[in-house]
Design a binder for this molecule. Structure first.
Ligand code: ATP
Length: 328
């Protein structure tokens, strides 16, 4: 392996996701393994601009593989969106003799990394950390699996109370642009309906379907609604509509919110983060830049950052069909 880098910086940016710490640990330890000096950057691009770096060795990342959030903190930096801000960040890196950067974040963070590389030729590598699973070039983003388990656990608990009181629950989950969390957790939690941004079921069809479920003997129902669903303006309006147009159910709403981002990462996310960290550092060592590491067909693969930030991943249509059949 040709040694092209000596000092590497790693940061977490955008929304946090479970598995980010495991990825930081992996980057730091892979650096230690290859004799590369590693620096953690606090608060994402904000810390890059301020020169808020900390030298990290293999022992600095002990006891974090099982922790949610990110020990490096995350932020959304307005200043990094400006040329002046990025110029400051570049100067900080050069002053510290840092020669490569690993960015753990979502597509916004990758867009910033790509622009930074195009302006200053600075080597960058992305690790996809977001619970939404919406990034092209990986079947799983870091945190998606953990978030699914969190949501399924919540649905199981909500179902206990729903079935005890003949209630219909609308449960809102994260997913402004894509319905991966809603669709997968909905199937796993046995939801009667799943409303996602990619599909507009229509209010009348929703009521029809719930009435059908009721006639078939169901005494309680759970409808999973992705944040970005297009059927109604918001989940409370959905509830009002169903209240006005259906009889026999006590309709309730539960918005799961930020708890979906938290908690210890699942085994899958810990392993994925460990693999991604190794691949990111070793790809930079190989002289690769402007890529995102991802899981494709079980293998670690590189996808050019400009492809990774183009569009969102599509939902699996087979899952939609499975969900329809399961709600019979
Ligand atoms: P999430 O999926 O959780 O939203 P994200 O990485 O997409 O994560 P963003 O807030 O979109 O989160 O982006 C994170 C940061 O990346 C921004 O605060 C900004 O500093 C930087 N960034 C995003 N877009 C650009 C851009 N076009 N130019 C420069 N920097 C950008």
């Amino acid at each position: 392996m040709p040694k092209t880098i000596k000092k590497l910086a790693v940061l977490t940016s955008g929304g946090d996701s479970p598995g980010m710490n495991a990825a930081i640990r992996s980057v730091v330890r892979t650096c230690a393994y290859h004799g590369i000096e590693c620096f953690g950057v606090y608060k994402g691009y904000e810390g890059l601009i301020e020169g808020d770096f900390k030298r990290m060795d293999a022992r600095s990342v002990k006891g974090i593989i099982n922790k949610g959030g990110t020990i490096l903190k995350s932020a959304r930096s307005k200043e990094f969106r400006t040329v002046e801000g990025r110029q400051k960040a570049y100067k900080q890196l050069i002053d510290a003799n840092i020669d490569s950067l690993v960015v753990i974040g979502g597509d916004g963070s990758f867009t910033g990394a790509l622009i930074f590389n195009q302006e200053f030729g600075f080597p960058v590598m992305g690790i996809p950390g977001t619970i939404d699973n919406d990034i092209v070039g990986t079947s799983h983003t870091l945190g998606f699996d953990t978030a699914l388990n969190t949501v399924v656990d919540a649905i199981d608990k909500i179902r206990d109370t729903a079935s005890s009181h003949n209630r219909l629950f609308f449960v809102e989950v994260m997913g402004r642009d894509v319905g991966h969390i809603a669709l997968n957790a909905g199937i796993a939690g046995g939801a009667e309906e799943i409303l996602i941004p990619e599909e507009d079921l229509g209010l009348d069809r929703l009521v029809e379907s719930l009435n059908r479920s009721r006639k078939s003997g169901k005494t309680s129902s759970i409808v999973i609604v992705a944040e970005g669903d297009k059927i109604g303006k918001n989940i409370f309006e959905l509830k009002d509509y169903v209240d006005d147009n259906m009889e026999g159910y006590d309709v309730r709403v539960s918005v799961l919110g930020h708890m979906q981002r938290g908690g210890p990462p699942s085994c899958f996310d810990r392993v994925l983060a460990s693999r991604m960290g190794v691949k990111a550092v070793e790809s930079l060592l190989d002289g690769e830049t402007n890529y995102m590491v991802g899981l494709l067909n079980g293998k670690m693969e590189l996808t050019p950052l400009d492809n990774a930030i183009k569009g969102k991943t599509k939902i699996n249509l087979e899952l939609l069909r499975v969900s329809d059949i399961m709600s019979t």
